[in-house]
Structures are given as structure tokens and as C-alpha cells.
Design a protein around this ligand. Structure first.
Ligand code: AMP
Length: 364
């Protein structure tokens, strides 16, 4: 079996690390000649909308999938029209690539989301501030990730500078600021027959818009909140006819949830599943896109995932902590770049906390 992956970053690399034991071979398409998935398969270097490069990367594959949500939806449509099996499909990409389409879909499906307004001009921004109040979160509709392309406007006299900074990058969206208690994400896998399984829900901590730490299962999560999150991601997956893993990022406020963002792919907040769940997000994504039965998603105890941003820890220091596993992505170190992660697993929450404390001087 051969799977072609559009994108060749760490997510592609971890897909291959999960798929190679099942006998899957991999090709990757990535514009970067040093794309880190190349360690685990054949790398085709080229733009993701280049028909020649797309053909070269996918010609021997039974199934095509993607690990980057910036893949042009048209490229996926053309591959599908040419007879390739592409899972997930173009619709999942289109909805996830435009924050307005995303939030409109949430609303249509009855999934609560922060109040929002489309902002196509300066006047729309003033109107959004008047209707939604301050603080106001202003984001580019397309292309933003890891907190890039957004501003939190605290005072009305700052609307102009937010417009000057973000307006030139294209249409915007304004959202009510949510004073959330914490951030959660729900990861689900859906197979081609429509069966959906949801992993235990992690609690996520961000700094400067970048995920730093996930703890799974989220401490103290009520069954009602978990059920609401699972219902939301299940509805969304069915609406998109999504096959594979998807992730819905959420704000928890009291006993309610608000959907922030959809990722139509394996996700950083699911990395803990490699050691911390019976079947990882990567293995289950491959099972789904290859048309195989889904694996169990139960947690094996309590897990924490700590991201390595811009720097890597000393391996010996990490590996001295019981239950810890080190992942280095083989990427060049640059400030703000995700270059690795550490997952630590324990049988109980107190032991997990002690192990995270032992890791903290070395990671994050
Ligand atoms: P995003 O790029 O939409 O995932 O936003 C990055 C981070 O900014 C989120 O993880 C939140 O911590 C914060 N954020 C985004 N939208 C809002 C909002 N409407 N209210 C409060 N915080 C937000």
C-alpha cells in the first residue's frame, strides 16, 4: 500500500512513523527540499499547486491525503477529478481555510461559536466593534496560524491601527472576545462508512498563539462538556463527509463550549496519542484513509505533551524521567518553530504532575 501525503512536515513524518509498521509506503510533496518527512519516504520537491509535481508525488499511491491545511483545495479537486482517491476531500480544506466559512458552518450546524462579523472594510470593523463590544478579536480570514494574523483590540482608538496592520492581507473576521476558563480540543477520526471515534479530550495551553502543552484527559472535564464536544465534532465530520482525523479547537466557559477553529487533519494537540492512547491519531488517520477498520481510542493512563519551540532539550535529561518519550523532528532550529515534543505518561494524575515538573527545566 502506498499513501501520498501533500505536505512533508512533522505531521507527515509522524504519519509515516505510524504507517511503516503496517506496511505502508509514503511519498510526500513539499516545496522545501529539507522537508523533515523525507527521512521516512520519497520526497517530491514542488509547489502544492504544480500539476507536474502533484502527478509525480501521487502517481503510485492508492490514497492521497494531506498534512497541511494550506493545500490549495483546487489541487485536491483536480486530483479527485483525475481519478485519485483523496481523503479527506476538498470540502474539509475549503471550510477550514476560511474562518468565515468555518464559523458560518458551525452556526449552521448548531455548534456554538463566538459571535462574529465579516469585515471587508474599515466601516465593517467599526460596526463590528459597536455590535460585539470590546475587546474585539480581529483575524485574517485566510492564512493565519499559530496566532499570526490577529489582533485583540482593547480600545476603540486602536481599531484604526488593527485595520492598518491586518486589512492589507485580505478580508478579515471580527469575533467577540471570549473570557474562557480554558482551551480544549476534540480529536475525532471518521471512516468512509461514517463511523466516528473521539479520543479523550485534551486541555491545551498556548503562549503567543502557539500550543505549548496538552494534558489528556483534561482534568475535571464533566461528562456533559465532553459529550457536547464530541457531538459537535461528529456533526461537523458528517457535514464535511470527512474521512480521516479532524480536530475542533474549543473554548470552555463554565459548562459550555464555543468552537474556535477546525483543523481538517492530524493535530498538535493529538500528539499525546502516540504513547498515551491505544491507537494514535496518526495510525487511525491511516486506517481511515486506507479504508481499514478504526482502532480503539481509549487513553492509557494520563498524558502530557510538551512542545519544543525553537530549541531542543538534552535527550538524556528528558529520557531520565520515567514515562517520558522524546520526539525530534529533524528540522533546523529557528525561533518560534515547532522542532520536537515530549510526551510523558503516568498511571495517575499526581504522578503525571510530578513527571511534568521534572521535565519543566528542560522543555518549554
Ligand atoms: P486561533 O488562531 O483562532 O486558534 O487563535 C489563537 C489563540 O488566540 C487561541 O488559542 C486563543 O488563545 C486566542 N483567541 C482566539 N480567538 C479568541 C476569542 N474570540 N476570544 C478569546 N481568545 C481568543
Amino acid at each position: 500500500v502506498h499513501v501520498a501525503v501533500l505536505g512533508g512536515g512533522q505531521l507527515g513524518r509522524m504519519l509515516a512513523l505510524a504507517g511503516i509498521p503496517m506496511g505502508i509506503g509514503f511519498s510526500f510533496l513539499d516545496p522545501a527540499p529539507d522537508a523533515c518527512a523525507a527521512a521516512c519516504g520519497r520526497l517530491v520537491v514542488g509547489a502544492l499547486d504544480d500539476p507536474v509535481a502533484l502527478e509525480a508525488a501521487t502517481e503510485h499511491a492508492e490514497t492521497v491525503t494531506y498534512e497541511w491545511e494550506g493545500v490549495p483545495a483546487d489541487a485536491v479537486r483536480r486530483l479527485a477529478a483525475a481519478g485519485r482517491t483523496v481523503r479527506p476531500g476538498a470540502t474539509s480544506l475549503e471550510v477550514a481555510q476560511d474562518r468565515l466559512a468555518e464559523k458560518t458552518a458551525f452556526t449552521r450546524l448548531g455548534i456554538p461559536t463566538p459571535a462574529f462579523r465579516a469585515v471587508d472594510g474599515r466601516a465593517d470593523l467599526e460596526a463590528a466593534a459597536a455590535e460585539l463590544g470590546l475587546p474585539l478579536v480581529v483575524k485574517t480570514r485566510r492564512g493565519g496560524y499559530d496566532g499570526k494574523g490577529q489582533a485583540v483590540v482593547q480600545q476603540a482608538d486602536r481599531l484604526a491601527s488593527a485595520w492598518e496592520r491586518l486589512g492589507p492581507s485580505g478580508p478579515l473576521i471580527a469575533e467577540a472576545f471570549v473570557p474562557f476558563d480554558r482551551e480544549l480540543s476534540v480529536l475525532a477520526v471518521r471512516d468512509r462508512h461514517g463511523e466516528v471515534r473521539c479520543w479523550p479530550i485534551p486541555e491545551n495551553h498556548h503562549a503567543e498563539g502557539i500550543l505549548r502543552r496538552s494534558v489528556a484527559p483534561a482534568p475535571g472535564l464533566s461528562p456533559a462538556v465532553a459529550a457536547a464536544a464530541e457531538a459537535a465534532v461528529t456533526r461537523l465530520a458528517a457535514e464535511l463527509d470527512h474521512v480521516g482525523v479532524l480536530c475542533l479547537e474549543l473554548f470552555q466557559v463554565g459548562e459550555s463550549i464555543l468552537a474556535n477553529e477546525l483543523a481538517p487533519r492530524v493535530h498538535n494537540s493529538g500528539h499525546w496519542t502516540i504513547e498515551g492512547a491505544v491507537t494514535s491519531q496518526f495510525a487511525n488517520h491511516l486506517r481511515a484513509v486506507c479504508g481499514w477498520p478504526l482502532g480503539e481510542v481509549a487513553a492509557r493512563g494520563h498524558s502530557a505533551m510538551l512542545n519544543c519551540i525553537g530549541a531542543l532539550p538534552e535527550p538524556a535529561a528528558v529520557l531520565a524521567v520515567p514515562g517520558a518519550a522524546l520526539h525530534r523532528y529533524g528540522k533546523a532550529l529557528r525561533p518560534g518553530r515547532k522542532v520536537g515534543h515530549v510526551t510523558v505518561v503516568a498511571d495517575d494524575a499526581d504522578t503525571l504532575t510530578a513527571r511534568v515538573e521534572a521535565l519543566r527545566p528542560h522543555v518549554g
